[in-house]
Design a protein around this ligand. Structure first.
Ligand SMILES: [Zn+2]
Length: 54
């Protein structure tokens, strides 16, 4: 089963998750982000991390 980006819907070429892709667990659900969305997501996580801790 090819990985699909949960953010933009982009599909990975191979069977496995590419090294540039990342996974995260949010509210118990596994999220997959492609290389492009990973960068965007990391930036978003860093900016909202403070508020999420409260
Ligand atoms: Zn994506």
């Amino acid at each position: 089963m090819a990985a699909t980006c949960d953010f933009c819907g982009k599909q990975a070429d191979g069977e496995d998750l590419p090294l540039t892709w990342t996974t995260a667990t949010e509210n118990g659900r596994r999220r997959v982000f492609c290389d492009t969305c990973s960068r965007e997501h990391l930036r978003a996580m860093e900016s909202k991390l403070d508020s999420e801790w409260w």
